[in-house]
Design a protein around this ligand. Structure first.
Ligand code: XMP
Length: 511
């Protein structure tokens, strides 16, 4: 059994980073909202240590998050960070004050005193601060182990109970020795072993669900995206054919993608997968619709309906599995387990089918960690490393109304573009790339004849987080080859343009 650390979430902005930093030290960590886990549950879960996160509140605010002080005597080491530090002081009977005139924001020099938490760290170093309140009176049994010009107790500890608090944020890179502080807490205070790998995650997750979902019927909507693919394989390994995956082919996927997903999961991995060929159903509901948001809404609603129809055929289902990952939890409202992934393509939980519970094995992981799990499970790299693909699929890449012919035309142009990027070995140099079928017609010439065809736009973006993006400087030769092939091979296209707009002001998608 690997050591595990609980990150008790009090609403701070860096909570996910804390959990991640712990995992980077090869110790498993999971985040739980403070109001969703009791002292008893914490004690029974076998944590080797706890980290109290920061939070936006002041401990004396009526609505500020608090926690049962008996946790401090549970015999589990605790590290409080920022609000977590102040809360620890408050819980232990110390004093916290608001320092309107001496708040500290940004890089601050901290002086450390001799302590195991600061082992192998110089006496003075730069730390990242972001606070107005501070611990003005140390609780009984605590001593100061760090200070700044403005903050008399920038770090404190009660060595007997193994309680540590720091006013700064060790999890952000601006804190010079933050990594070492976490290292010291994990390995010198909590005595953890650094033996956790993504492989261990996959293994323990499979074991956990094998036990928890024994004799249960589980249903998963498999899209072929990274998250749902990884959930499918984890649960398939845990419960085999008690997992049913429903893959809705809405006809707006990339060329040959639906077949690839089916072959991979049904063929290669032997999953109990139902492919629903709902192309006609989606196309007929989308006929004549040009407005992007209406398209999205129709697809979301129809998806739920198709999914419900399939679920009903299956009879009693106990559990709904979902590919929720940590950033989704954040986006959809802090840590509330009842919140369903706010997926643009899934309009909500099907209400006709009732489930006893929801299984979300990837809830604590980041995208790159999910990819790592996927790779360990043997999912093909085309799936594990795939670029994002919007839920409504090609519907938002066809400007104007959608027809079967337009979908086919775009699929062909898009496949050529992707093929040329792959031929030039540029897949890792651009984060998302695709073709758009615009509604612009223009004059062309083919042989001796005048043509009047559509315009395909090619888009490739470079980005870290898709919130902002720059257009990728693809080599001219690659663009030339793609353009040449698209106009030659895709009937009805007379012009190809390359989108050279960044985000903002443009978005990644055209609709
Ligand atoms: P935008 O166009 O908003 O795209 O700059 C940012 C990222 O989000 C993807 N995207 C979507 N994904 N449903 C999705 O599942 C959608 O409706 C949707 N719209 C945009 C887009 O592909 C890009 O990766």
């Amino acid at each position: 059994m690997n050591d595990k650390i609980l990150v008790l979430d009090f609403g701070g902005q860096y909570n996910q980073l804390i959990a991640r930093r712990v995992r980077e030290h090869h110790v498993y960590s999971e985040i739980k909202p403070y109001n969703k886990i009791s002292v008893e549950e914490i004690k029974n879960a076998g944590y080797s240590g706890i980290i109290f996160t920061g939070g936006p509140n002041s401990v004396y605010d009526e609505k500020s998050p608090h926690y049962d002080p008996t946790l401090l005597d549970a015999g589990i080491p605790i590290l409080g960070i920022c609000y977590g530090d102040q809360l620890m002081a408050y819980m232990a009977g110390g004093k916290v004050e608001s320092a309107e005139n001496s708040s500290e924001y940004g890089k601050t020099m901290v002086t450390f005193e001799e302590n195991i938490l600061f082992k192998d760290i110089p006496e003075m170093s730069i730390c990242w601060m972001s606070h107005t309140d501070f611990v003005s009176g140390l609780p009984e049994g605590f001593k100061r182990i760090g200070y700044t010009d403005k903050c008399p107790n920038a770090a404190m500890c009660d060595e007997t109970r193994k309680l540590y608090g720091v006013q700064f944020h060790p999890e952000v890179t601006h804190t010079e020795y933050g990594k070492q502080v976490l290292y010291n807490f994990l390995f010198h205070v909590c005595n953890c072993s650094a033996d956790w790998q993504m492989e261990s995650f996959a293994k323990s997750c499979i074991e956990k669900y094998r036990e928890e979902l024994k004799d249960k019927k589980v249903l998963l909507a498999l899209s072929g995206g990274v998250d749902s693919s990884v959930v499918a394989l984890l649960l398939h390994n845990a419960i085999g054919s008690n997992l049913t995956c429903v893959f809705v082919d809405h006809g707006l996927l990339r060329k040959n993608e639906a077949d690839f997903v089916e072959q991979t999961f049904k063929g290669k991995f032997g999953l109990n997968l139902i492919r629903v060929n709902a192309q006609e159903r989606f196309l007929s509901r989308l006929a004549g619709v040009s407005d992007p948001e209406t398209k999205r809404k129709i697809i979301g609603e129809e998806f739920i309906r198709v999914f419900e129809d399939e679920a009903k055929k299956l009879g009693k289902i106990n559990v709904l599995a979902q590919g929720t990952i940590y950033p989704d939890v954040i986006e959809s409202g802090k840590g509330d387990s009842a919140v369903i992934k706010s997926h643009h393509n899934v309009g909500g939980l099907p209400d006709i089918i009732s489930f006893e519970s929801i299984a979300e094995p990837l809830r604590d992981l980041f995208k790159d960690e999910v990819r790592e799990v996927g790779a360990k499970l043997g999912i093909p790299k085309e799936l594990v490393w795939r670029q994002p693909f919007p839920g409504p699929g090609l519907a938002v890449r066809i400007i104007g109304d959608i027809t079967k012919d337009k979908v086919a035309m775009l699929q062909d142009a898009d496949a050529i573009f992707r093929e040329e990027i792959a031929n030039a070995n540029l897949e890792k140099d651009t984060n998302q790339y695709f073709a758009v079928l615009t509604d612009v017609h223009s004059v062309g010439v083919m042989g001796d004849a005048r043509t009047y065809g559509v315009t395909i736009a090619l888009r490739a973006v470079t980005t870290d987080d898709f919130m902002t993006a720059d257009w990728t400087r693809l080599p001219y030769e690659v663009l030339a080859k793609a353009s040449n092939r698209i106009t030659n091979e895709v009937k009805g296209v007379s012009r190809v343009v390359y989108d050279i707009t960044s985000k903002p002001p443009a978005t990644v998608e055209w609709e």
